[in-house]
Design a protein around this ligand. Structure first.
Ligand SMILES: Nc1ncnc2c1ncn2[C@@H]1O[C@H](COP(=O)(O)OP(=O)(O)OP(=O)(O)O)[C@@H](O)[C@H]1O
Length: 268
């Protein structure tokens, strides 16, 4: 395992997304609050980056900068070599609560992005079937969001985001509102989807085990101001392909790594 505290790895040829010197300060005078300072991070094609950190350390603010919702006070974001400063189709977002359009069927929700992009009807149909199949929701295509479970809704939200073909997918605690069993099945669904699409994923979680089960890299942030203190190459990357979460979790290596990460979060 390689653990290193450097702030930025060198730009490689398959870098999809680059955060350079990101800082965010809200307010001014006595209300001034520096929420993020000098965040540098490169994400390569197919990376699954999990971000861990105590509550309020700035994870969501960082995701909002990446999405183009929050302009940084300093620094910039590049996606595929271009400045990214406003929301667009290159960056897809999945929130903690699946914000599906309640009046549209699951299929129409998934079709929405490609339709906005002017994709032909035939292509749209193909995309909808492909992504609904990927998330195991073919049979729910005609149902409305309120007619399916929370886990199914979140899978539909993931399919909707992927159907717009983003270069990078941002996820803000997407399984945080789900019960433990559904969460576990969603983790294995997401791992499978990621293996199949090879998308670059930026994933915020409070759950150290979730980060170890899913990611290729783990970013640890500390607060006041929010900053990256550690970037870890996850030795368990792709681990769910070889063994179940239950058997991985009890290995001494996994337990040791989990304890190390918990300690580094709490050094904050
Ligand atoms: N628009 C804003 N104006 C002022 N302060 C803000 C604003 N948005 C966020 N903050 C502050 O920035 C800090 C970081 O918030 P953020 O939501 O990014 O943290 P987080 O790590 O995602 O927290 P959690 O894990 O609890 O979701 C908090 O102190 C929050 O109050």
């Amino acid at each position: 395992m390689e653990v290193y505290s450097q702030q930025s790895s060198s730009l490689e040829k398959n870098t999809i997304c680059q955060l350079q010197g990101i800082g965010v300060t809200f307010g001014s005078g006595s209300d001034r609050s520096e929420v993020l300072r000098d965040i540098n991070l490169d994400m390569n094609l197919g990376d699954f980056v999990c971000v861990l950190g105590s509550s309020g350390c700035g994870k969501t603010t960082l995701l909002r900068v990446l999405a183009g919702y929050q302009p940084p006070t300093t620094g910039y974001v590049n996606v595929s070599g271009k400045r990214h400063f406003k929301p667009d189709a290159d960056v897809g977002v999945v929130f903690q609560r699946p914000n599906l359009f309640p009046w549209l069927s699951i299929a129409k929700n998934v079709e929405f992005g490609p339709q906005m992009q002017g994709v032909s009807k035939l292509e749209r149909k193909k995309k909808v079937s492909y992504y609904l199949d990927m998330v195991g929701l073919i049979d729910a295509a005609k149902l409305l969001p309120h007619q399916i479970s929370g886990g199914m809704q979140q899978r539909a939200a993931i399919a909707r985001t992927l159907a717009a073909d983003p270069k990078i997918v941002l996820m803000d605690e997407p399984f945080g509102a789900l019960d433990a069993l559904t969460r576990e099945s969603m983790q294995s669904h997401l791992q499978d989807i990621w293996e199949r699409t090879q998308k670059t994923i930026f994933f915020i979680t409070h759950d150290v085990e979730e980060a170890l089960l899913l990611s290729t890299h783990i970013v640890v942030m500390h607060a006041r101001p929010g900053r990256i203190v550690k970037i870890v190459d996850n030795p368990f990357a792709h681990g769910l392909k070889k063994q179940s979460a239950a058997s991985l979790r009890v290995t001494p290596e996994f337990i040791h790594m989990r304890e190390q990460l918990v300690a580094s979060i709490h050094q904050d």
